[in-house]
Design a protein around this ligand. Structure first.
Ligand SMILES: NC(=O)C1=CN([C@@H]2O[C@H](COP(=O)(O)OP(=O)(O)OC[C@H]3O[C@@H](n4cnc5c(N)ncnc54)[C@H](OP(=O)(O)O)[C@@H]3O)[C@@H](O)[C@H]2O)C=CC1
Ligand SMILES: CCCCCC(=O)/C=C/[C@H]1[C@H](O)CC(=O)[C@@H]1CCCCCCC(=O)O
Length: 348
């Protein structure tokens, strides 16, 4: 038996509530490390906190592909770890593995078939990138832009990204630029974030929605209107962007984080004005879900890996330390405490 730490959901915030670190509890538990055929013992290296997890805190997630976390049970999500013992013919001690359903636990015994083996050279040994730029958020940015953005190289297009300094947004803007957008404008929640987007990631301009009048600032940054909108946040910010979009333009409906603490369906209903703007200007607003493009993931990860290795895409990350900080990190990410991908390092 091994004593390990895990995080359980101790209470729910309620569909209309803001999540709090008190909703999470860290506790010790005993793990039987005797393996059955096919099982592996893993040590957790990094865990991911992601916006969709807010929906898993409700007893009804509102999405058929999301299971609710159960009260008093260990939480799961994206994770990466190292194999410490194996009775699985496909996995050896020292292998790096990942899963979408990794338990928030320092060590675990799991079926080897429930994880994917990671090639550490894909991320130059920077294993947290498996949960970020060369993982689900990277694929979301890449496939979101390519499947729904309709970027045409040389056409002088303008792309706007909300939630622009986060895991998906910071990559989506860089990919828009690489794919040929002439102007790439980010919207995010601090001057420091705005400065980073422009000085480090090559965005044309950035708008601090907490300080500036978004409508005026966008008119200045996008004098020819908006052709592609990568929408991570929804709500009033998106209403404003959509009001400045050109005829025949495209909204990539990636996420609506500004509405996740409200009891509304996903995607949340739009105001009458915004529905009218979409209709009158024939704006295509397609919902995008990265999990619907599994057949494009392998090729996508290879491209993202190349871009990161060659420095064509820069990676931003905010790293917290220790399993006791999972709840705090999740709540911090939900309120803008992160720049780039929010990661929690669990062990070396
Ligand atoms: N469709 C898909 O397949 C996927 C969708 N997503 C979605 O993409 C979006 C971004 O996810 P991800 O990159 O992981 O997270 P981020 O790294 O972007 O972190 C969340 C960010 O959201 C911003 N934010 C929080 N509340 C608000 C608000 N009320 N208004 C505006 N901005 C807010 C904060 O930045 P700031 O300081 O700017 O406020 C915060 O840093 C989410 O909506 C998520 O659900 C993610 C993965 C896959
Ligand atoms: C209901 C709000 C969803 C908002 C959009 C979003 O953030 C979607 C994220 C998914 C994305 O398609 C890739 C993911 O990893 C997210 C979903 C993960 C599903 C894990 C399911 C685990 C389980 O519940 O069994």
């Amino acid at each position: 038996m091994l004593t390990v730490q895990r995080v359980v959901l101790s209470s729910r915030p309620g569909k209309n509530g803001h999540p709090s670190p008190d909703n999470f509890r860290v506790e010790d538990t005993s793990l039987c490390t005797e393996l059955k055929q096919g099982e592996i013992l893993v040590r957790t290296l990094y865990l991911s906190v992601d916006p969709y997890m807010r929906c898993r805190m409700n007893d009804d997630t509102g999405a058929d592909y999301l299971l609710p976390w159960r009260l008093e049970e260990v939480i799961d999500g994206g994770g990466v770890g190292v194999v410490k013992d194996s009775k699985n013919t496909q996995l050896a001690i020292g292998d790096i593995v990942t899963s979408f359903n990794w338990h928030w636990q320092t060590y675990d015994v799991i079926d080897g078939s429930s994880v994917e083996k990671v090639d550490p050279s894909m991320v130059d040994g920077h294993l947290s990138n498996v949960l970020g730029a060369v993982g689900m958020p990277g694929l979301t940015a890449l496939l979101g832009v390519r499947e729904k953005g309709h970027v045409i190289r040389g056409a002088g297009q303008t792309m706007v990204i909300s939630g622009a300094s986060g895991a998906c947004g910071s990559l989506a803007g860089q990919i828009g630029r690489l794919d040929g957008c002439e102007t790439v404008v980010g919207i995010c929640g601090s001057d420091e974030k705005c400065q980073t987007l422009v000085s480090q990631l090559g965005f044309t301009a950035a708008v601090n929605y907490k300080k500036e009048d978004v409508s005026t600032a966008l008119r200045n940054c996008c004098p020819n209107g908006v052709d592609i909108y990568f929408d991570n946040v929804g709500g009033p910010i998106s209403d404003t962007v959509i009001s400045q979009m050109n005829s025949g333009s495209h909204v990539i409906l990636c996420g609506q984080i500004s509405q996740y603490n409200k009891d509304v369906p996903y995607p949340p209903p739009l105001s009458k004005e915004t529905q009218e703007a979409l209709r009158c200007k024939n704006i295509i607003r397609d919902r995008f879900m990265v999990l619907n493009y599994m057949n494009k993931h392998k090729e996508g990860l290879e491209l993202l890996s190349r871009w990161v290795k060659t420095g064509q895409v820069k990676v931003l990350e905010t790293v917290a330390n220790g399993i006791e900080n999972m709840g705090v990190s999740f709540c911090s990410m939900m309120t803008g405490g992160n720049i780039g991908k929010q990661i929690v390092k669990i062990s070396d």
